[in-house]
Design a binder for this molecule. Sequence first.
Ligand code: COI
Length: 357
Amino acid sequence: ISLTRCNAVSSNSSSTLVPELADIDWDTVGFGLKPADYMYVMKCNIDGEFSKGELQRFGNIEISPSAGVLNYGQGLFEGLKAYRKKDGNNILLFRPEENAKRMRNGAERMCMPAPTVEQFVEAVTETVLANKRWVPPPGKGSLYVRPLLMGTGAVLGLAPAPEYTFIIYVSPVGNYFKEGVAPINLIVENEFHRATPGGTGGVKTIGNYAAVLKAQSIAKAKGYSDVLYLDCIYKRYLEEVSSCNIFIVKDNVISTPEIKGTILPGITRKSMIDVARTQGFQVEERNVTVDELLEADEVFCTGTAVVVSPVGSVTYKGKRVSYGEGTFGTVSKQLYTVLTSLQMGLIEDNMKWTVNL
Ligand code: COI
C-alpha cells in the first residue's frame, strides 16, 4: 500500500505503481491537512507571464523574507472539491472555472497577474489526477483543492511584487465543523467587522481570513461554532460567517445578503441559489437584517469547505434564538440533498456544473 511514484510526474496519473487509495482511516477524516503526494507550482515572471507549471513532491517552499505576500499580504487563495464517484474510479470536480474566474477578479483587485481560466483548470485537473489515491471513497468526504496565488518577488517599499507564484495543494477532507452534519451555533459579532465598503471583502485575499481570527477565537472559547458578521456602517445587515455565506428561510422564501463588495461571492452560494430556484423556491438576494435572522424559520450556511451547514442557534447581544430540533430544516435539507447529489454524481447534472476526470 505504501507504493508511490517518485520524482518526475507525468500528467498521466494512471501509473500502475500508484495504489488505488491512500492507506489512511477514511472514517476519521476531518478538516485538517493530510499532505498528499504532489503539489502544482507555476511561476510568473516580471512581464506577468506564467510559464508552464509542473507537479512537484508536496513539501515546503522557499521564498525571500522580503516577498510581497509576507510583507504586504499580496496573496489570494481558492478552494474547490473533487469527489470520487460511486463507481470508485471517476472523479468529479465542481465548477472549477468559477474558481478560476474568481481568482482572476481577486488578482485584479490585489494588483497581481493571474493564470488564465484554461491554465487554472488544467492545473487543478493535473493536481487532482496526480493525487487520485487521496480522493476519499464515495461517502467518506472529498479532496479539498487549495490553489494559492502570491507575490513571491522581493519588495521593500510598498509596491506590487515583481514576481508571482501559483501553487495548488490538496488534502482529503471530511466535515468542516466539529459538529459534523449537526446544526452549528453562531454568534453575531457586534464589535469586530470582516470587511468595509471599498475594501477587499469581496475577494478571497488571505488577509480577510487573518482579520476574523480574533473574533473567531473568542467565539470558539465560548463554545460557538463560528461568527456571523454584520455590515460595519449600520451594524444591522447580515454579511457572512468567517468561513461561509449565510441564508435564511421564512415562509418558504429563501433570502441571502446580496453581493456588494463586502461579501465573498461564494460558488456554493451561487449554486445553491440556482438549485433552490430550479426546485421552485423564491430566492431573494438583498439586504437581510439581523431582526429577520432572529425571526427566521430556518438558517443555513454554504461554502466549499462547509458545503451546506444547518444553523441550530444564533446569539445576538446575549439573546439566543434556536431553529429546528437539532436537525436540518426541511428546506435546507431538500436543497442540501440536491446540491450534494449533484456534486457527488448521484443524480444527473442538468446544470452542467461538474467536470468528469
Ligand atoms: C472554502 O470554503 O473553501 C474556504 O475557503 C473557507 C476556508 C475558511 C476554509
